[in-house]
Design a protein around this ligand. Structure first.
Ligand code: SF4
Length: 269
């Protein structure tokens, strides 16, 4: 929200944008949220798709495969769009979500009182328990990562995550993936090398100072925090913005979730 608020101030003069592309471009806002905001607040003709409507549409479409696949998501969005009335799309979208949550619920859909039961082949065929098809169990992958807190006087090195990165457009400490089978000494060498390559800076590394665990999509991540002092070299032009910032400035920056946690730990010391 903070990141989105900053973009609104910087790019839209503090006014919440009213066109779909601009709303979608705000950090943290996906297609569903953009459609929900603009249809409900401004009655724009935009579809929505979230948990309740996925279930409702999958049943109305008698979708007999995982609704989360790319093709099925596309079909569900198209279906949602095809249903939109000419006016009061916000009310219509909210009614669909209500229908999904109150009537077409996951375990015991109330088909007898459902206002669209005459359109629903899932109910006719008695397939309510099979549709929507459950997603295959996610195979989790363990990852070991290291974030380096590089200090220079009272400033710390931070970088903005680039397109396609996990925390795209948010700020973070330099972060690298480590091999889980290697020892801390080799990790330090690897981190030094990558830091140098990416930023042109060398530092005396110590760590891991502390570590935290978190999960993102199918990754279970152990994030080590390393310290870098005695910096030498000049910060070179990097692919994504990289800068020195005080802890106070970092507090005001839109940080990745774990970057924010690290910053809080640094502040409490
Ligand atoms: S008839 Fe039953 S399964 Fe079909 S949409 Fe209504 S509640 Fe859902």
């Amino acid at each position: 929200m903070h990141a989105a608020a900053q973009v609104i101030v910087e790019k839209h003069d503090g006014e919440f944008p009213t066109d779909f592309e601009s709303v979608l471009a705000l950090p943290g806002i996906g297609r569903y949220t953009a459609g929900a905001i603009l249809s409900i607040a401004l009655d724009q003709k935009l579809p929505i798709l979230e948990g309740n409507t996925i279930r409702l549409f999958a049943r109305l479409m008698t979708m007999q495969s995982d609704p989360r696949t790319t093709n099925n998501q596309k079909a569900l969005w198209e279906f949602s769009e095809s249903l939109l009335p000419r006016k009061r799309c916000g009310d219509f979208n909210q009614a669909l979500m209500e229908l999904g949550s109150q009537i077409c619920n996951p375990k015991r859909p109330k088909c007898l009182v459902c206002p669209v039961n005459n359109l629903c082949m899932t109910a006719v065929k008695g397939l309510q328990e099979q549709i929507p098809v459950a997603s295959k169990k996610v195979k989790y992958e363990d990852l070991l990562e290291a974030a380096i807190v590089v200090n220079k006087a009272d400033r710390i090195l931070v970088r903005q995550c680039g397109p396609g990165e996990r925390w795209e457009s948010l700020w973070d400490f330099p972060r690298y993936t480590l091999s889980p089978d290697t020892e801390a000494k080799s990790h330090a060498q690897q981190l030094l090398k990558q830091l140098k390559e990416e930023t042109g800076l060398a530092a005396e590394l110590s760590g891991p100072v502390f570590q935290m665990k978190h999960a993102v999509t199918r990754y279970r991540i152990t994030l080590q925090c390393w310290k870098g002092d005695g910096v030498t070299g000049r910060l070179k032009k990097t692919q994504t913005p990289t800068r020195w910032a005080t802890l106070r400035e970092i507090e005001e920056m839109p940080m990745s979730v774990t970057g924010r946690k690290i910053a809080r730990k640094l502040k409490s010391k």
